[in-house]
Design a protein around this ligand. Structure first.
Ligand code: 0O2
Ligand code: 0O2
Length: 225
C-alpha cells in the first residue's frame, strides 16, 4: 500500500525536474553553437495521483508493482520541428551516460489505430536521495509540433467522450492525423531552406557586440603603455 503519495512521488518529481534541465540544456548547447536544435521545447510532469489510480485499475497494476509496471509516473515530452529531428534526439538519448534506455516504441512509423504518432522511450534514471540512490522509470515522448497538436486535442476530446468517440468524431480525428502528418512531410521537404532561414534570423537577432560590449580599444588602458 502506498501510504504517503507525496513521499512516494518525491523521487519522480526530482527526476522530472532534473531531466527537464538536462534536456533543455541540450537545446541551449545547439543554440550556443549556432546549430539547428532538434529540440524545440521540453515539458514534463509527474502523473497526478488520480490518474495513477485510474491507470492501475485499467491496466491491472498491483500497488506493490507500481514502480516496475507503471512506466510513465515521471513523464517528459520533447517537441521537435521536423520528423527527422525525432530520430536525432533518440540517437542523442542513446548516447547519454546518465540514463539507461529500457524500451523504445516507434509510433512515428507504426502509427496507432487512433492516428497517434510519437516516439516513446522508457528509461531507468538514477535519482540521488539523502537515503542513497534510487533508480526510477521515466517515459520520454518525442514528437513533432504537429503530432503534439493532434495528440493534445485528441487527449482532451478523449476525456470529454470517456474514451469512446462517436464515429464522425473518430473519422474526423483520423483525417486530422493524416493531415498533420502530411504537414510534417511537407515541412521535411523544405527543411533545409527553413533551417537556413532560421539561422539567418537568429544571427540577425544577436545583439551587436559594438553596442553591448565596451569598446576594447577605447577602454584598454594598456594600449598607451
Ligand atoms: P495537461 O493536462 O496536459 O494540461 P516549467 O515551469 O516549464 O519548468 P511546468 O510548469 O511544470 O514546468 O510545466 P511544463 O514543463 O511545461 O510541463 C507540464 C506539461 O507537461 C503537462 O501539462 C503535460 O501536458 C506535459 N507532459 C509532459 N510529459 C508528459 C507525459 O508523459 N504525459 C502527459 N500526459 N503529459 C506530459 P499539465 O498542465 O500538467 O497537464
Ligand atoms: P496520460 O494522460 O497521457 O498520462 P497505455 O499506457 O495503456 O495507453 P502503453 O503501451 O503502456 O499503453 O503505453 P504507450 O501506448 O506506449 O503510451 C501511453 C501514453 O502515450 C499515454 O499515456 C499517452 O500519453 C500517449 N498515447 C498513447 N496513445 C495515444 C493516443 O491514441 N492518443 C493520445 N492523445 N495519446 C496517446 P496515458 O497513460 O494514456 O495517459
Amino acid at each position: 500500500m502506498v501510504e504517503n503519495w507525496q513521499h512516494f512521488l518525491l523521487p519522480y518529481q526530482q527526476a522530472v525536474n532534473e531531466l527537464k534541465v538536462k534536456l533543455r540544456g541540450m537545446r541551449k548547447q545547439f543554440e550556443d553553437q549556432a546549430q539547428h536544435s532538434p529540440i524545440e521545447f521540453v515539458t514534463g510532469r509527474v502523473k497526478p495521483v488520480d490518474s495513477i489510480k485510474e491507470k492501475m485499475v485499467r491496466r491491472h497494476v498491483q500497488e506493490d508493482r507500481l514502480e516496475q509496471d507503471m512506466q510513465d509516473i515521471a513523464g517528459l515530452r520533447i517537441m521537435c520541428q521536423f520528423v527527422e529531428d525525432i530520430y536525432v534526439v533518440v540517437d542523442l538519448l542513446r548516447e547519454r551516460g546518465d540514463m539507461t534506455i529500457l524500451e523504445e516504441r516507434d509510433y512515428v512509423t507504426n502509427v496507432k489505430p487512433s492516428g497517434y504518432r510519437s516516439y516513446h522511450i522508457v528509461i531507468e534514471y538514477p535519482v540521488q536521495l539523502t537515503t542513497g540512490e534510487k533508480r526510477i522509470l521515466a517515459e520520454i515522448q518525442v514528437r513533432t509540433l504537429a503530432m503534439n497538436f493532434w495528440a493534445t486535442i485528441e487527449h482532451s476530446l478523449n476525456y470529454k467522450y470517456g474514451g469512446t468517440f462517436p464515429k464522425d468524431v473518430k473519422d474526423r480525428l483520423q483525417r486530422a492525423a493524416t493531415a498533420a502528418f502530411k504537414l510534417d512531410q511537407e515541412m521535411s521537404e523544405i527543411r533545409e531552406e527553413i533551417q537556413e532561414a532560421q539561422t539567418i534570423f537568429s544571427y540577425n537577432r544577436q545583439p551587436d557586440p559594438k553596442l553591448t560590449e565596451p569598446n576594447r580599444e577605447e577602454n584598454d588602458e594598456s594600449r598607451d603603455l
